[in-house]
Design a protein around this ligand. Structure first.
Ligand SMILES: [Zn+2]
Ligand SMILES: [Zn+2]
Length: 175
């Protein structure tokens, strides 16, 4: 859905849409959408700098895989957004225009407007957790036999690794 600045010239553009599963390509092969993505938003043009302000709410369910036990789990997102897009050729920088505000994220648009799907894809990717765990205390898999310790304990002799240590290792792997 293309948001054309010309359609916002007279009045704000009201958006209410539901994207079916697969309609927005999230690139990441491991990222599966398991519910439609719903979005309610308003796009308005700020006349002086031709900025587009896009604000609203979206929700979607995704399926992620746990870093520890590798099982799939559902990650529901339900989130507000308030974004400001400037024309890519704008000469005034946000700082100069006095708009530098930590609360507002500023992006750029090319040409006649914005592709809503691109905005939503970026929102979803930014909303993903750094550490993906099915539950905070997921014990993960046995490093020796691969048993999922969520389901049953195994007979392997080694002591279970302290969870805090596992979290540290996860961090190291990410760097
Ligand atoms: Zn898990
Ligand atoms: Zn084991």
């Amino acid at each position: 859905m293309f948001l054309n600045v010309r359609d916002m010239e007279l009045r704000p553009l009201r958006i209410s849409r539901e994207f079916a599963i697969g309609e927005i390509d999230f690139f990441e092969a491991v990222l599966r959408q398991t519910s439609p993505l719903k979005v309610e938003a308003v796009a308005e043009l700020r006349q002086v700098l031709d900025e587009i302000r896009l604000h609203g709410h979206y929700s979607v369910d995704l399926e992620l895989h746990c870093d520890r036990c590798l099982e799939a789990y559902t990650w529901p997102i339900s989130s507000d957004f308030d974004l400001l897009y400037e024309p890519a050729n704008a000469e005034a920088q946000p700082e100069e225009a006095g708009l530098k505000d930590d609360e507002v994220e500023i992006g750029y648009y090319q040409g006649a407007g914005l592709e809503l799907e691109d905005v939503l894809r970026e929102r979803v990717l930014l909303a993903l957790p750094m550490q993906r765990v099915c539950r905070k205390d997921c014990p993960g898999l046995c490093p020796a036999c691969g048993e999922n310790w969520n389901q049953r304990d195994c007979e392997c002799p080694q002591e279970k690794i302290d969870l805090r240590w596992t979290a540290l290792q996860d961090l190291k792997l990410k760097n």
